[in-house]
Design a protein around this ligand. Structure first.
Ligand code: GUN
Length: 293
């Protein structure tokens, strides 16, 4: 079994980006600039946004954090989005999800200018991804594909089971892996809460991407010997052992599943850091106007 070190690969990618930014700035370009809107003070979102801002510092980007209260109106949140759309200094921005229940997430996502949508959540970017057109690919699936590539894990002709059909991970992941590309060409089965006899699918999988958000859901008897297991789960659970009082739990019962795998990602230190590296990569593309001229 080989552990996939997402933290290491993420830092390598960020180092490469930092060198490119240094050269860009030396030749007179402005620093790339990522902005983030954070609504409320959900602990998980605070942590993720803080990691994104820290990554900006690491690679030499400018960053701006816009905090709005939990009870912000949809209208005022839309105004903050429009301000960033029109701010020429900001290359790309994200609105951290989830949003409070009184706000319609789709209205917010659709308000982001596609050329600044470095999360790749806007319907235009999702549609362009499906059609193999230049676009921002949503950060977590993009990060996973990068990890598979970094570890030279063959995807062509393999059977991949994706568990979970969220807009941000499961659905785009299933589409990316099924494409006729160097990092695709899998036969993909997309499983979800209504799938009958889930184990009958996972037991046939060469690659399992577990993205349903239920801690330790995937057990050893659901995985075939030699499978590649990618754990996207990051549920915060109370823990007396941790300084923060919380720890992250993946969707995979790691201790029992890992011995059966050829490769497996840990939580934390697997997919999470790659999501951040992908966001940084998308922001660099935005600053260079490589996707939208
Ligand atoms: N919430 C969980 N993952 C993400 C992400 O990749 N982007 C944003 N904006 N919110 C998230």
């Amino acid at each position: 079994m080989q552990l996939i070190d997402g933290k290491k690969i993420s830092l390598q990618l960020q180092e490469t980006i930092a060198k490119e930014v240094e050269q860009m700035v030396a030749s007179g370009a402005k620093k790339p600039h990522l902005a983030a809107i954070l609504v409320g003070n959900d602990g998980g979102s605070e942590t993720y946004v803080a990691s994104k801002i820290k990554a900006c510092e690491r690679v030499g980007f400018n960053s701006t954090l816009i905090r709005l209260p939990d009870n912000v109106t949809e209208e005022n949140l839309l105004k903050a989005v429009h301000d960033l759309n029109n701010n020429h200094d900001v290359d790309g921005f994200i609105v951290q999800l989830p949003l409070p229940r009184h706000i319609n997430e789709h209205n917010i996502i659709e308000a982001v200018k596609p050329s600044k949508d470095v999360d790749g959540f806007h319907p235009i970017n999702v549609g362009r991804m499906v059609l193999n057109l230049p676009c921002y690919v949503s950060a977590t699936p993009y990060g996973i594909v990068h990890l598979l590539s970094a570890y030279k894990i063959e995807t062509s002709g393999k059977h991949c089971v994706v568990i979970g059909r969220s807009h941000i991970v499961g659905s785009p992941m299933s589409i990316l892996l099924a494409k006729n590309t160097a990092l695709g060409n899998c036969t993909v089965t997309l499983c979800h809460s209504k799938t009958k006899d889930l184990s009958s699918h996972t037991l046939k999988a060469d690659i399992i991407i577990c993205a349903l958000g239920i801690p330790e859901f995937l057990k050893a008897d659901m995985v075939k010997e030699g499978a590649v297991v990618i754990d996207v789960g990051t549920t915060r659970v109370v823990s007396a052992e941790s300084k923060t009082g919380f720890k992250l739990k993946g969707d995979v019962k790691f201790d029992v599943v890992a011995p059966k795998c050829s490769y497996i990602t840990p939580v934390p230190g697997g997919v999470g850091p790659m999501t951040i590296a992908s966001l940084i990569q998308n922001t660099l593309l935005a600053a260079k106007k490589e996707i939208y001229k």
